[in-house]
Design a protein around this ligand. Sequence first.
Ligand SMILES: [Zn+2]
Length: 106
Amino acid sequence: MTARGQTKQGQDYGRHPAKVTSDRLLTACQQWRDKLSDDEQEALLSAHLILERIAEEAAEPRELLPCGTVAAYQRHKRRGETPCEACKQAHAADLREWRQGRQALR
Ligand SMILES: [Zn+2]
């Protein structure tokens, strides 16, 4: 179980619900990949990435993930920046691992 609760200031901590859903979606996607068409898998991957973005945008600033993560890669893109090398590698690794049907390492 992921730790959940509140800080002394009353702020929630723990994974954002969108992040939890995103992770579950990715897991289900991998378990069902043999039964899904390429288009369906792409659609699920899109939903996964959108939920990651929602979780990132809803997160408190202190929860922003550092460079070298998929969330940071998407943050660069949203800001119109060229992703740094660490983020580009994280993004490429995420796609590669997803296509190989393994849980992406984060
Ligand atoms: Zn970066």
